[in-house]
Every structure is written in structure tokens, then in C-alpha cells.
Design a protein around this ligand. Structure first.
Ligand SMILES: NC(=O)C1=CN([C@@H]2O[C@H](COP(=O)(O)OP(=O)(O)OC[C@H]3O[C@@H](n4cnc5c(N)ncnc54)[C@H](O)[C@@H]3O)[C@@H](O)[C@H]2O)[C@@H](O)CC1
Ligand SMILES: Nc1ncnc2c1ncn2[C@@H]1O[C@H](COP(=O)(O)OP(=O)(O)O)[C@@H](O)[C@H]1O
Ligand SMILES: [K+]
Length: 482
């Protein structure tokens, strides 16, 4: 699991830890990690051309110290100081003592063009708002590919907002980010995360001083533990029955895909509710599913997945499913029938356009501020909100968030959302909490998309669905029931 903390939490932890250490020791831990990564990225440190972009704060200090150490190992180090009179004094002294040279503004472009490695130490967790002035110009040169070197961001790409993943203005786009102590939202939530490149976490001993993270990124081991595990005495009912209210004459495929997702999420049975013409298609593809015309007719379930491809009608059926007092997952067209607030367990799975409509804002605004809007909707409807897209964010009404790390744009194709709705609904029926069902569902779905892309290039929703059993098998290992 990657833990993500806020700037406020990091500052408090750093303060507590620094009180136990000699002055400057914490920065030296960060610098040691940074130098290790840089040395690995360079094809030999001796003779390498390293350019530092150093701002006024400790982030610039880290970069100057690191360049000093690389210079002592034979690198040719140059630094561009964005605020020369406020540059980190010890870092600058070390840099100069190691033979590092300062670059005048007029020489910055040439230095970047010849660099093997560029250290972005303009702003770290103290950064607010986008880059301005020379900093914005330099970031523009890097973006335009005016350096042949690897761009390594110190702690986070300068100019992105640390706590929100927003990009309020000009910012650096890095190839690598060496980050200290703990994760930051900017490193895992788009659009900022897209600027971070490959992440290299460096342990500086902060963990004992940090609180329980409110924002996390699950990994394989976390998800394996959360997956429902049929016990020896399980039967198809005790494993959970999931009802799927999806599809329509216009979108029958949504029902087929959602039922397919539901069949692979661990529930013991899938009951499909919908018109006979759609039910016929569902049965033809999935003989193991049971079908009925409406939520009432279909029989008892432990959770409902509602909405994928429903089209305009069937408001009564949606109300019946949402009013049954059971855990519910609401997707796509079902989102038009939300109650004022949920009183029971609920997961909403909008994409950015759907969430924008729900909140009465522009789609671009949701995409620019994913964490903010997912959290806002989770509180507004008292439901877990799984906001789909380039970073899928799962927000709980209590403020906890999980960011899905497995997503892939290979999943950006029609019908994949239907698979996810069925899958996560099945996990809900299997007894997972809405927060777990949403985040585990997104994780498995992303892995299935990646596998499908690996074997078919441009996978369809059906290709991703076909990979789900293999994904679940590899995560569960050989555990088998009972
Ligand atoms: N506190 C510590 O002991 C440690 C700090 N570390 C480093 O220190 C960094 C934080 O250092 P600071 O708190 O000095 O903060 P920063 O280095 O992020 O910079 C803060 C400075 O930039 C200015 N500033 C903020 N936004 C700006 C903008 N948009 N344009 C121009 N100037 C802007 C601020 O007024 C302030 O002078 C971390 O990211 C990390 O790199 C590491 O060395 C680990 C240890
Ligand atoms: N750029 C992207 N990167 C990663 N995942 C994406 C991207 N765009 C879409 N997705 C994923 O693809 C799926 C699409 O779902 P959705 O928009 O509901 O499509 P549909 O309704 O056609 O099934 C979601 O899981 C979403 O997270
Ligand atoms: K930086």
C-alpha cells in the first residue's frame, strides 16, 4: 500500500522527527536517496552534465546538495537559481565547494540542451499556485523537449498542487520523481500525477510520526486480503446473490457485460432483471444467470447493481431496487434516479461527465479537480463515489479515499464501465463494504484491462471481461474453497 499524506501532516511529522536529529540530518537522508536514484539513471556519474533548477526553499536545497555530491563524483554540475538572494545557503555553499557553477539566465537554455540530467528543485511541498516568471519559462523548455537529459523532480514536479493533484498553472513535467517520507496526492491523482513520471520513494524515517493515511493506493497484497473467500461450508446463497438491473432494448450489450462482470466478482448467484428480449441475450451468453422481468419478480438478492445501459425508462424498477434496503451500486443511467441522500450502503460509479451533471459543473472542472469533486459527491449523497477515468478515485463519505493504481487507457472503450458495475456489485453482494467493493473492483478491472491490452492491443470490453478470471486467480493464488 502506498500511504499518501497532506503537507500539513508531513510538516508536523518532519518537525517531530527533526527534534530527535542533529540539524540538517533529515535533509541529508533525502539527499542520499536522491543521489542514489540520479546515479542509477546516469550512464556513469563521472563527466555527466547535471543541471539544477533551484528555487528558494528546501526543495532547492535538496537539489543543490545532491548536485554537490554528484560533482564530487566527477559530474559537471551547473545550477540556475530562481531566487538567487534566497537560495538555500548550506546547499549553495556545498554546491560551490564541490566545483558547481552558476548559470546566468541567458545561458539556461544551452545548459538544458546539453544536460544528461536535470534536477527540478524549484518547488516542493511548499509550492502553491503554478510556476511564474523564469520558472514557468524553464518548465516550458523542459516540456518542449529542449533537453536530452532525464528530468528528475525532487519530491514532486514543481508547480503541481501537492494535496489535490490539481495543476493550477505552469508546472514541470518530469521523467522521474524522487519523493521523500510518504506519498503526496499530486503523485497519484491526475492531472498532476501525469507529470510525475516514474516514482522513486525514499524512506527518511518519517513513518512513525505520520498519522493513519486518509488517502491510500492499494497493491496486490492488500487486494488479495480483501477478496471474498468462499469458506468450506459456503453455498451459492451465503456467498451472496447479486441482482443486476441493466440493459434495454437499445443497449442489450450492457446487460450482458454487467452480468459477466458480476459472475466473476465472487457472488454465488447473479439474478438479472429486465425485458425478456434482453434476458434472452443474457441467458444465451451466461446460462448460469437467472432472469426475471423486474426487481420484485427476480427473487431475493443481497445487493443490487443498477443502471448500466438502462436508457430512459424503468424509473419504477430503479426505485424498487434502490428502495429495497440493500447495498446498491448505481451506474450510468441509474444516476438519474438518485435519492436525496442514501441511508444504506451505496456505491456510485460516474465518469467525469456524469459526475459533472450530478454536481452541476463542467466536465473539465471535474477532470481538473478529481479528488475534490469525488469527495464532495460522496458527502453530498452519503455514498462511496467511484469516479472513473484516467485516475479512478474512490471516495468515502467519511473523507477516506483510495486511488486506483491499475488503470489503463486501454479500458477507455464502450462497455468496460458495465463490466466494472457488475463486478463491484458482485463484491458488494459478497459482503465487502462499499469502499472495499469499489476499490477492489476498480483494481481488478484495471488489471484485466492491462492483461487484455497485452494480448490484444486494442481490447474490447469483452476482452477485458475475459481476463477477469485470470486476474482473480493470480491474486488469490491457489486457495480454493474450504
Ligand atoms: N523539512 C525538512 O526537513 C525536509 C524537507 N525536504 C524538502 O523540503 C521541501 C519543502 O521545502 P520548503 O518548505 O522550503 O518549501 P519549497 O522548497 O517547496 O519552497 C517554498 C518557497 O517557495 C515559495 N513559493 C511557493 N509557491 C511559489 C510559487 N508558485 N512560485 C514561486 N515561489 C513560490 C514560498 O514562498 C517559499 O519561499 C520538500 O518538498 C523537500 O524537498 C527534504 O529535504 C526532507 C527534509
Ligand atoms: N484515460 C483513461 N485511463 C484509464 N482508464 C480509463 C480512461 N478513460 C476511461 N477509463 C476507464 O474505462 C472505463 C469506462 O467506463 P465508462 O465511461 O462508464 O464506459 P461505458 O459506460 O461505455 O462502459 C472506466 O473504468 C474508466 O475508469
Ligand atoms: K520539485
Amino acid at each position: 500500500m502506498i500511504a499518501v499524506h497532506t503537507v500539513e501532516e508531513i510538516r508536523a511529522a518532519e518537525k517531530a522527527l527533526m527534534a530527535q536529529l542533529p540539524a540538517g540530518a533529515l535533509m541529508q537522508r533525502a539527499v542520499a536517496g536522491l543521489v542514489t536514484v540520479c546515479a542509477r539513471l546516469l550512464d556513469g556519474v563521472y563527466g555527466a552534465r547535471v543541471v539544477v533548477l533551484a528555487g528558494a526553499g528546501s526543495n532547492g536545497g535538496d537539489a543543490l546538495w545532491a548536485a554537490a555530491r554528484l560533482a564530487r563524483r566527477g559530474a559537471h554540475a551547473q545550477a540556475f537559481l530562481l531566487a538567487p538572494e534566497k537560495a538555500h545557503a548550506e546547499g549553495l555553499a556545498a554546491f560551490r565547494a564541490a566545483g558547481g557553477r552558476l548559470v546566468e539566465p541567458a545561458g539556461a537554455a544551452d545548459a538544458l540542451a546539453e544536460a544528461d540530467l536535470v534536477l527540478d528543485g524549484i518547488l516542493g511541498i511548499g509550492g502553491r499556485g503554478g510556476l511564474r516568471g523564469d520558472a514557468a519559462l524553464l518548465a516550458g523548455l523542459l516540456r518542449a523537449g529542449r533537453t536530452a537529459g532525464a528530468v528528475v523532480a525532487v519530491d514532486l514536479p514543481s508547480g503541481v498542487d501537492p494535496d489535490t493533484g490539481e495543476t493550477p498553472g505552469a508546472h514541470v513535467i518530469a521523467d522521474h520523481t524522487v519523493t521523500f517520507g510518504t506519498g503526496k496526492a499530486a503523485l497519484v491523482v491526475d492531472p498532476a500525477a501525469a507529470a510525475a513520471g516514474v516514482l522513486h520513494p525514499v524512506d527518511i524515517g518519517l513513518e512513525p510520526y505520520l498519522p493513519e493515511p486518509r488517502l491510500t493506493v492499494l497493491d496486490d497484497a492488500d487486494v488479495a486480503v480483501l477478496l471474498p473467500d468462499p469458506g468450506r461450508e459456503s453455498d451459492k446463497y451465503s456467498r451472496g446473490v447479486v441482482g443486476v438491473l441493466a440493459g434495454s432494448g437499445q443497449f442489450p450489450g450492457a446487460a450482458v457485460l454487467a452480468v459477466g462482470g458480476a459472475l466473476h466478482g465472487g457472488a454465488g448467484m447473479v439474478r438479472y432483471a429486465g425485458p425478456e428480449s434482453v434476458a434472452t441475450e443474457v441467458r444465451a451468453r451466461w446460462p448460469e444467470a437467472i432472469a426475471g422481468l423486474s426487481p420484485d419478480a427476480v427473487g431475493r438478492v443481497q445487493a443490487w447493481t443498477v443502471g448500466s445501459g438502462l436508457g430512459d425508462g424503468r424509473g419504477d424498477d430503479v426505485h424498487a431496487a434502490l428502495g429495497a434496503g440493500l447495498p446498491v451500486l448505481v451506474d450510468a443511467d441509474g444516476l438519474r434516479w438518485l435519492p436525496e441522500r442514501f441511508t444504506g450502503p451505496a456505491v456510485l460509479t460516474p465518469h467525469a461527465g456524469e459526475l459533472a451533471r450530478l454536481l452541476g459543473v463542467e466536465r473539465a472542472e471535474v477532470e481538473a479537480r478529481r479528488l475534490h469533486h469525488a469527495r464532495q459527491a460522496a458527502q453530498r449523497w452519503n455514498a462511496v463515489v467511484l469516479l472513473k477515468g484516467s485516475t479512478t478515485v474512490v471516495a468515502a463519505p467519511d473523507g477516506r479515499v483510495r486511488v486506483n493504481p491499475t488503470g489503463t487507457s486501454a479500458l477507455a472503450s464502450a462497455g468496460t464501465g458495465d463490466v466494472l458495475a457488475g463486478l463491484a456489485g458482485s463484491l458488494l453482494a459478497g459482503g465487502l463494504s462499499p469502499f472495499d467493493a469499489g476499490s477492489v473492483g476498480a483494481y481488478l478491472h484495471g488489471l484485466a484491462g492491462r492483461r487484455a491490452a497485452a494480448s490484444s492491443g486494442y481490447p474490447s470490453a469483452g476482452d477485458a471481461l475475459a481476463e477477469l478470471p485470470g486476474v482473480v486467480r493470480s491474486l488469490r493464488g491457489v486457495v480454493g474453497g474450504g
